[in-house]
Ligand binder design. Structure first.
Ligand code: NAG
Ligand code: NAG
Ligand code: NAG
Ligand code: NAG
Ligand code: NAG
Ligand code: NAG
Ligand code: NAG
Length: 300
């Protein structure tokens, strides 16, 4: 354990040195702790969890050959802005202000090369040589953010979710649904959404699929683990690491999702919260998140 700690510290110190350690105030000890929790958490899992995925499963990893940078995008974790960054880094866009890239363009499959587009040999070579990072977020906050964005917001992109999932959820999980609700699929409640996830699985859409299943953190060697909570600082550190041109990472207005977490989760039974926790267990454990804030205690 101490040996491992020492080894990681040393690596990160060297890394810190490389990016002009003296100039940066990045809290490397926090990064060491994140890496250590990930390594120890993964070592504890059976080898199937650490198995190298097929290249076709690596469709969430975006490739920047210019800066030798790989980003595993996780929906609902500032991924639109990071996709914009990747477009600028790879020369797909020349804008000076990142937010001027329309979000539908940033999300287009063609905006950036994906690791799954490459041959197995090339993908493995790149994984060994490039800087690989992801940004994690509290699993329940991410889930709530997805629910609010897709089922509460009255925006064009939520229409797809209401038609694709909303109608189904209301039909299946609301005993006496009105015809209006059945036809629009628009007002799925949070408990209904959670019942759907618990019954039909959390991998039904990338917006609520656990990070573990999108990014394979125990099979791939992540160079850097960012957190949503420290997004601006982490973005700067990552961009410095690969000598990216000066880019101002858009600071998204701190959402109110965290404050709302309690309000929404209070609508669920403790049984369902525990059940849901088990579904996102790896994301909680591997990325240092807990339920203390929400419940006042941790689930074992
Ligand atoms: C490893 O698993 C055991 C039991 O399953 C648990 O007690 C221990 O805390 C875990 N260690 C880490 C680092 O997660
Ligand atoms: C990965 O590839 C192997 C061999 O090509 C195949 O048997 C397996 O089903 C694939 N797994 C997935 C999840 O696609
Ligand atoms: C970006 O600018 C360069 C030089 O001005 C130009 O050659 C390139 O086509 C531009 N790329 C895009 C995507 O507009
Ligand atoms: C984008 O790529 C994903 C994963 O490869 C695929 O499932 C999806 O259908 C693609 N979307 C479009 C519009 O091509
Ligand atoms: C990750 O690092 C270990 C140890 O250096 C190495 O054995 C393994 O092949 C690497 N995995 C990938 C996917 O590059
Ligand atoms: C959603 O927006 C449309 C117009 O874009 C409007 O007609 C509709 O009444 C709105 N629905 C709700 C529930 O606010
Ligand atoms: C859904 O919306 C309809 C009208 O827009 C309303 O009558 C109904 O109570 C709503 N149901 C829920 C569960 O919010």
């Amino acid at each position: 354990m101490w040996e491992l700690y020492f080894e990681k510290s040393l690596i990160l110190l060297i890394l810190g040195w490389h990016i002009q350690f003296s100039e940066t105030t990045y809290p490397w000890l926090e990064q060491v702790a994140r890496q250590e929790d990930l390594t120890l958490g993964c070592e504890n899992l059976s080898s199937t969890y650490r198995q190298m995925p097929n290249v076709s499963q690596l469709s969430h990893i975006l490739v920047d050959h210019v800066h030798k940078l790989l980003y595993c995008y996780v929906p609902k974790v500032a991924c639109t802005n990071w996709k914009r960054v990747m477009m600028v880094l790879t020369g797909q866009s020349n804008v000076t202000s990142l937010v001027s890239i329309p979000s539908n363009l940033a999300h287009a499959n063609s905006s950036t090369v994906r690791l799954s587009d490459l041959s197995k040999e090339e993908a493995h070579k790149i994984l060994r040589e490039y800087t690989l990072f992801l940004i994690a977020r509290h699993p329940f906050e991410r889930l709530l953010s997805a629910y609010r964005n897709k089922f509460e917001d009255n925006i064009t992109s939520s229409k797809y979710f209401q038609a694709r999932y909303g109608k189904h959820i209301i039909k299946k999980y609301r005993p006496k649904a009105s015809d209006d609700d059945l036809n629009s699929g628009a007002n799925v409640s949070f408990p209904e959404f959670i019942t759907f996830l618990l019954n039909e699985g959390v991998e039904t859409n990338e917006h609520w699929t656990p990070i573990f299943n999108l990014c394979f953190p125990c099979a791939l060697n992540y160079t850097f683990i960012g957190h949503y909570e420290t997004m601006a600082q982490d973005a700067k550190t990552i961009l410095d690491m690969v000598d990216a041109p000066p880019l101002v990472f858009p600071v998204t207005r701190a959402g109110r999702t965290r404050d709302r977490l309690r309000d929404y989760f209070q609508q669920l039974s403790i049984f369902n919260i525990e059940h849901l926790y088990k579904k996102y267990f790896l994301d909680f454990k591997l990325f240092r998140y807990g339920l203390e804030d929400l419940l006042g205690y941790e689930l074992a």
